[in-house]
Design a protein around this ligand. Structure first.
Ligand code: NAG
Ligand code: NAG
Ligand code: NAG
Ligand code: NAG
Length: 410
């Protein structure tokens, strides 16, 4: 366990490798546990402002826009919430958030800054998806989130069930094809899976925009690559991150906030949030005013299996289905290795935006994706951007959304 924690800390805080070994030897597990306990009390005392507790619909209304919530049922019984800023002027667009996030992330930055509002100002009918298991989609016709069967999914199921349910619902209600699907991070992963496995649904989508696509991930710099090595030892994942829902123990985060953040002068709240730990943090682009709201909304929930599936891809370097082990793979896939998703079969026109400084979607991995996709509209590298700057970065409207709107008018 300690090496994993230290690795998280190290990569997050850019600590020199030489210091690691000292830390490893100097800190006994007991001393560590005590520190964690002390820290927990401090964290619990942080107070957030009232605005931070608004949900997506309330945030949209507060910004002066109409808002709706729709519930969609997937073929396997999950009940997902779609949020909407309705408009009759143009066709619908669907925005899909990434890992541990929710529809709130597209509106947190506020009017004139959040992508949902910018699209609404252009007259688009804006729909915001919520993937199974997140804050707004923790319901099922027969399973409760306390049942481990509820959490038996990864981004594969999001691609084959959630997106088809959302897209058919939107196109049916509006009687229009989807003008554009915009995905961030895992919101792109699930789209690519949907487009491969359900081409009949992909045909309802006229264009797709990938922000920081997470498809090939074996060159990522993010600390999560350190626990990918332990993926075979499920009990480790279970112990630290929860067997069903991905619940990073606050003890671990408390520890990081103590040792990582104080030394390196990174705000405790940022250091203690798993979102920033996984995706990286960018002082230059980050708007601190948004922090209380972000902390209130993220992490928004994910299954441990999703994290394991990502870890498998980090190890294999492939974009393929979940690996159940040789024996079970034979039963499930009739092959010892899980099958690859055939990206070459995707016909939807796609534009890709990726960040120069992205820990998760590295330039090498994004280029690999680019070469496999047959129908590319645009490929744009955003200077200095990290993984989260695409949704909250101060300069996202100027550096990303402006170009994105132009592509949508093609
Ligand atoms: C989880 O889902 C997979 C694939 O759908 C299935 O093969 C497996 O039996 C399920 N496991 C549990 C514990 O429900
Ligand atoms: C489409 O909408 C109609 C009317 O609201 C409904 O009866 C039908 O079941 C919907 N079909 C799908 C595939 O959602
Ligand atoms: C399983 O794979 C073998 C070898 O690739 C093939 O001959 C066989 O037809 C497959 N069985 C099924 C049920 O698909
Ligand atoms: C930071 O966020 C606040 C609150 O949404 C907003 O008023 C302000 O304009 C933002 N600052 C920048 C530089 O984007």
């Amino acid at each position: 366990m300690w090496p994993i924690v230290i690795a998280f800390l190290l990569v997050f805080c850019d600590l020199a490798a030489a210091i690691t070994f000292d830390i490893l030897q100097d800190i006994s597990p007991n001393a560590l546990m005590n520190t964690m306990r002390d820290n927990k009390e401090q964290l619990n005392s942080i107070k957030f402002n009232i605005d931070a507790s608004l949900n997506t619909v309330q945030m949209i209304r507060k910004a002066g826009y109409p808002a709706e919530a729709h519930v969609v049922q997937t073929q396997d019984g999950y009940l997902l919430t779609l949020h909407r800023i309705p408009s009759n002027k143009y066709q619908p667009v669907l925005l899909q958030h990434g890992l541990l996030c929710s529809s709130a992330d597209w509106v947190i930055a506020g009017k004139d800054k959040g992508l949902a509002f910018i699209l609404a100002d252009q007259g688009y009918d804006v729909w915001l998806g919520n993937i199974r298991g997140n804050t707004y989609s923790r319901a099922h016709v027969s399973l409760s989130p306390s049942d481990s069967r509820f959490w038996n999914f990864s981004f594969h199921e999001m691609g084959i069930y959630d997106l088809p349910a959302m897209i058919s619902y939107i196109t049916n209600i509006t009687s229009h094809p989807l003008h554009t699907y915009i995905g961030h991070s895992m919101g792109t992963t699930s789209f690519y899976i949907m487009a491969v496995e359900h081409p009949e649904i992909a045909r309802m989508v006229q264009m797709m925009i990938s922000l920081a696509p997470a498809v090939f991930v074996n060159h990522m710099k993010s600390p999560i690559r350190y626990f990918s090595r332990f993926v075979q030892k499920l009990e480790i994942i279970t112990h630290f991150f929860g067997k069903n829902e991905f619940l990073p123990h606050s003890d671990m985060l408390d520890y990081l906030s103590k040792y990582g953040c104080e030394i390196f002068n990174i705000e405790k709240e940022i250091c203690a949030n798993v979102i920033f730990l996984i995706c990286g943090f960018d002082k230059e682009q980050f708007n601190y005013t948004l922090l209380p709201v972000i902390l209130n909304h993220d992490p928004a929930g994910a299954s441990a299996k999703t994290l394991v599936h990502f870890s498998q891809e980090i190890e294999s370097g492939k974009f393929r289905q979940y690996d159940y082990g040789r024996k079970n793979n034979l039963l499930i896939y009739n092959a010892t290795e899980p099958p690859d998703y055939n990206l070459g079969s995707i016909t939807v026109p796609i534009a890709i935006f990726y960040g120069d400084n992205d820990w998760l979607a590295s330039n090498v991995d994004v280029k690999k994706l680019y070469h496999l996709l047959p129908n590319i509209l645009d490929m744009y590298r955003v200077p200095k951007f990290n993984h989260l700057d695409f949704i909250w970065g101060k300069d996202a409207p100027k550096l990303v959304y402006k170009r994105l709107l132009e592509i949508m008018k093609i």
